[in-house]
Design a protein around this ligand. Structure first.
Ligand code: GDD
Ligand code: MN
Length: 384
């Protein structure tokens, strides 16, 4: 199935295109869209809802609304996931001179968005956003989220030097020019699209801020989970290294490290609890069958672990399911086995021909083969 676009009767260039990304927001989306339309009365605008094939009635609600609100459009993505990439999709198909994004659950205050619209249309700013932190540390978030949000803001400021008081904000407007200047370098991973934009654009934005706290969700549940936090960390590393370490590679490497831990534990368990009698010969030597079984099991199981974790975390925006997952798993085994072979040959070569210390040679070879593993499994298993 491919993506579905429901274009509206609305033609011509509106001043403002506002993207609302949704995943199961059927309980809130109708009132959010009508409320924001009413608040933006007098400003020419379009509202594009980018829905990731919600299992509830989100799309139906938007379609129904579009019949009476010609400036409302719906774009459904079938196989992709992620707030940031959904916003990018929306802006890519938008017609407005100014481009913006807000949530579909009612947490962003429409009055603040009206204020943003008026501010950016004056023409002396590149980007204007809602900030929870101007002159206060009151966030409107509950205990642990509040702490997490502050920590993330602090880490961001440290790494990126973005001059925004609330780089985690999910509600902002920018000029089309500023968006286009950032577009080639956007990562599109995770939730933090403002951060992505501000860190990808070639220059810091002339920016303005409007203060507003987050409101209560209008039904439904938050999609923020541990993976969103990992995505943010990976995005920060990508931007801090100037793109040398892509966010997805960072996640892949993190999963790889966890695989090493699993491998070690399995080896230990196998060594202590597995008994396979007998020996087998290779060339002039005899080996224990038990060791063969133990190493093979540990390699196979930790590779399987890595596959499922990558499917859940690194490539969750294109997660494989059912038979496609099975095919992807087999191809992942092939990619990683080749990776192991590359690592082995490189280690031997570096140790004997280049006279590099055997541990250093092993580590360098593993790093190189992890780049191979990443590249090959992206191509073989999680191709776009
Ligand atoms: N299309 C699409 N795809 N939309 C998504 C996805 C996805 O994979 N995941 C989440 N969304 C939508 C939700 O439906 C909602 O409209 C919006 O993105 C924000 O998701 P929430 O789950 O409500 O996030 P939150 O309330 O935890 O996060 C809010 O606060 C952050 C700052 O702390 C949002 O405002 C974020 O944008 C903001 O960065
Ligand atoms: Mn929310």
């Amino acid at each position: 199935m491919t993506n579905i676009e429901r274009a509206s009767a609305f033609t011509g260039q509106p001043d403002l295109s506002l993207i609302i990304c949704t995943l199961n927001e059927g309980a809130a989306i109708r009132s959010v869209v009508t409320e924001i339309s009413d608040t933006l009365a007098g400003i020419s605008h379009e509202i594009i809802v980018v829905d990731d094939n919600s299992a509830d009635n989100t799309a139906a609600e938007v379609l129904d609304l579009a019949r009476t609100h010609p400036h409302v459009r719906l774009h459904v993505r079938v196989n992709e996931r992620g707030l940031s990439s959904a916003a990018i999709k929306g802006w890519d198909i938008a017609h407005g001179k100014y481009l913006g994004v807000m949530d579909g659950d009612g947490q962003h205050d429409p009055l603040a968005i009206r204020a943003l619209a008026e501010m950016i249309m004056k023409g002396d700013k590149d980007l204007v956003c809602v900030s929870r932190y101007i002159g206060t540390t009151e966030t409107g978030l509950s205990g642990i989220r509040d702490l997490g949000s502050k920590a993330a803001t602090w880490a961001t400021g440290l790494v990126l030097k973005v001059p925004l008081s609330d780089p985690m904000s999910g509600c902002f407007l920018m000029t089309r020019e500023y968006y286009q200047s950032a577009r080639p370098k956007l990562t599109g991973i995770g939730f933090k699209i403002l951060l992505d934009i501000a860190a990808s654009a070639p220059r810091k934005p002339r920016f303005g801020e409007v203060k507003a706290a987050l409101r209560e969700r209008q039904g439904g549940v938050s999609k923020l989970d541990l993976r969103v936090v990992l995505d943010l960390g990976a995005l920060l590393v990508e931007k801090a290294t100037g793109g040398l370490l892509p966010a997805k590679f960072v996640l892949f490497a993190g999963v790889g490290l966890s695989g090493v831990v699993v491998y070690t534990i399995l080896l230990y368990l196998g060594h202590h609890f597995l008994t396979v009698p007998g020996q087998f010969p290779i060339y002039r030597y005899q080996y224990n069958k038990e060791d063969l079984v133990n190493y093979s099991l540990a390699i196979w199981l930790s590779m399987t672990w890595n596959f499922f974790l990558n499917n859940l975390i690194t490539f969750r925006d294109r997660r494989l399911k059912g038979w496609r997952m099975f095919g992807g798993l087999i191809r992942f085994y092939i990619a990683c086995s080749l990776g192991a072979l590359i690592s082995l040959c490189l280690s031997l070569f570096m140790k004997d021909q280049l006279h590099i210390h055997y541990v250093v040679a092993g580590i360098i070879a593993t790093l190189i083969s992890s780049v191979w593993n990443y590249w090959a499994s992206t191509l073989l298993s999680w191709r776009d």
